[in-house]
Design a protein around this ligand. Structure first.
Ligand SMILES: [Zn+2]
Length: 96
């Protein structure tokens, strides 16, 4: 007689632990301006531009905000214009 040691055992408790479902999806980055179908980013609506600028005044890179190449170019120009028109501040060094 053969020793059937490799026979599958009908042991309970082998169920894989169920992971709790998370109630959020990984947010996909998208271009805000493409979504709103903005053709030209105006430097005068500085309030929207401020979302793409750090507290220090630095322009956030596209890989952070998710804006596309086309709009990031326009955005950076618009921010620079807004700075000259004193809507926004220039980059200032951190204090402390
Ligand atoms: Zn875009």
């Amino acid at each position: 007689m053969k020793n059937n040691q490799h026979a599958p055992a009908n042991s309970g408790g082998s169920a894989a632990p169920k992971y709790q479902k998370k109630f959020y999806f990984s947010r996909r980055k998208y271009c805000v301006f493409c979504k709103d179908r903005v053709k030209l980013i105006d430097y005068k609506n500085y309030k929207t531009l401020e979302n793409f600028v750090l507290e220090t005044g630095k322009i956030l890179p596209a890989r952070v905000t998710g804006t596309c190449y086309y709009h990031q170019k326009q955005l950076s120009k618009a921010i620079k214009r807004a700075r000259h028109m004193a809507f926004m501040k220039f980059v200032e060094p951190k204090r402390g």
